[in-house]
Design a protein around this ligand. Structure first.
Ligand code: MG
Ligand code: MG
Length: 241
């Protein structure tokens, strides 16, 4: 999917000293050069192509002249529209060398996403995904953001069903083959509570602790779900750095 390639383009230039607005420009140009349209720009009035959320920002950060510094973690969320279909994916990047605490948070958030994917099987219920994500995140001592959730994806950016990152097994809508959902754990190093900034978009942790966010769009199947937004391209780039 084009979102995966776009996040890899961004991955290649993330380093201390550059601004989140610069990343946004690179992403927008890449998306348009590939015949697609940024999905977030103008969505509910959001001003940019990417959501860039640093450290204690959970999601929906607005790209700005903030200069990335060594030790930051940066969640980059990207949506595109290609031939009328939406793509949506997010990855949290280390900026230079990060602390062991932050690295562990990224590992657990990523692992909670993978556990969610394992539970995303036709015949299972959405709550099975929610519970798998929550169980993995909390096993690391982390907390799960309650106010924001994953979602169905298709001809619109946000479709039914909602995919919470917390909940009980065996609850919620049953998944059928062919359903596409975004699974997107937002995991806090500290407490689960969040606050919204006055810009009307940026969500931060209430206690100021770090937060991470990874998102896949997956197509439900009878066996393992098909991940439509692979991180392969991103990790190829990161492994070369
Ligand atoms: Mg997203
Ligand atoms: Mg999403």
């Amino acid at each position: 999917m084009l979102v995966s390639r776009t996040l890899a383009e961004v991955a290649a230039i993330i380093r201390p000293g550059i601004t989140t607005l610069y990343l946004d420009k690179i992403a927008e140009t890449f998306i348009r050069d590939n015949g697609a349209v940024p999905a977030f720009k103008g969505y509910g009035g959001f001003p940019n192509t990417l959501c860039t959320s640093v450290n204690d920002e959970v999601v929906h950060g607005i790209p700005s002249d903030y200069i990335l510094k060594e030790g930051d973690i940066l969640s980059v969320d990207c949506g595109v529209i290609l031939n009328g279909w939406y793509g949506d994916s997010a990855y949290t990047f280390p900026v230079g060398v990060i602390s062991d605490e932050k690295r562990r948070l990224l590992e657990y958030t990523r692992a909670s996403l993978e556990e969610g994917v394992k539970a995303a099987i036709a015949g299972n219920r959405i709550g099975d995904i929610s519970n798998a994500v929550q169980t993995m995140a909390e096993s690391g001592g982390y907390s799960v953001v309650r106010e924001l959730v994953g979602h169905g994806l298709g001809r619109k950016l946000h479709e039914q069903p909602e995919v919470a990152n917390w909940g009980k097994k065996g609850t919620g809508p049953k998944m059928e083959k062919g359903l596409v959902v975004c699974i997107e754990p937002m995991i806090n190093a500290g407490r689960k509570e969040t606050i919204q900034m006055r810009d009307g978009w940026t969500i931060k942790t209430a206690d100021g602790a770090a937060s991470a966010h990874f998102e896949y769009a997956v197509a439900i199947d009878r066996g393992r779900a098909d991940v439509l937004t692979t991180f392969e391209f991103i990790e190829e780039v990161l492994n070369k750095m």
